[in-house]
Design a protein around this ligand. Structure first.
Ligand SMILES: Cc1cc2nc3c(=O)[nH]c(=O)nc-3n(C[C@H](O)[C@H](O)[C@H](O)COP(=O)(O)O)c2cc1C
Length: 209
């Protein structure tokens, strides 16, 4: 039997994306996000309007989207409560966020050069997409979230994931890190504890990892 329920979270399960953008001083910012979907060669990204990522995207009009496999959950979790923005909203401060200019170093991830954009790729991610910004529109009617459409310019995929002799990824070999109700999953199983879930006081039902 179904129950009528005022759901607190609608994050049913989407792949985590590490989005890299360039700061005004030329350094790189890196942020985890998961409100992302693809259609054709374009991707829609839902990002907080006050994030450093949105500011950088609107100014530089380019980014890299890096898809972590499930075994990178610990590195992603280290980025969970960080922002490249010096000024944080009271809401973010209350949730425990802090300013961090060296996101790659803090996560233990390696920046690598991209071909067509200035923002670096994440070397450890098996799938790296270089993108240009197509459009940005308010998502929620206010100014809390922005829907950015980006176009994929280049894709770099680890050879182990490619179906030999084709331009296709083998879905049996690709094990994406999934964010489901703010928890980290891989292959349908919980893979790591989530600082984001705890900050949002989401009830912990997964076994402690
Ligand atoms: C797994 C995960 C998924 C997230 N998904 C999103 C998202 O889809 N959109 C968003 O605005 N923030 C998302 N966040 C929160 C951002 O990472 C957070 O706002 C961060 O401070 C942004 O960094 P920046 O200010 O340096 O851009 C997510 C965080 C985690 C850990």
């Amino acid at each position: 039997m179904h129950q009528d329920i005022d759901l607190k979270v609608l994050y049913f399960g989407t792949p985590v994306v590490l989005i890299s953008t360039s700061n005004p001083d030329g350094t790189a910012n890196l942020a985890p996000m998961s409100s992302a979907w693809w259609l054709g060669e374009q991707c829609m990204l839902g990002m907080n309007s006050g994030s450093q990522t949105t500011r950088n995207l609107l100014r530089e009009r380019e980014c890299t989207l890096n898809l972590p496999s499930a075994d990178l959950a610990a590195a992603v979790d280290r980025l969970a409560l960080l922002s490249g923005a010096r000024e944080l909203t009271p809401h973010k401060v209350e949730k425990g966020y802090r300013y961090e200019p060296d996101k790659f170093g803090t996560a233990g991830l390696t920046p690598g050069p991209a071909d067509a954009v200035a923002a670096p790729v994440v070397v450890e991610c098996p799938i790296q997409l270089e993108c240009e910004l197509v459009s940005s529109v308010p998502f929620d009617g206010g100014n809390r979230a922005t829907a950015h459409t980006v176009r994929v310019l280049r894709a770099h995929v680890h050879e182990d994931l490619i179906v030999p002799g084709t331009a296709h990824i083998d879905p049996l070999r690709w094990n994406p890190l999934i964010m489901k109700f703010c928890e980290f999953f891989g292959g349908g199983e919980p893979v790591h504890t989530s600082r984001l879930a705890r900050a949002w006081q989401i009830p912990e039902v997964a076994p402690a990892l």
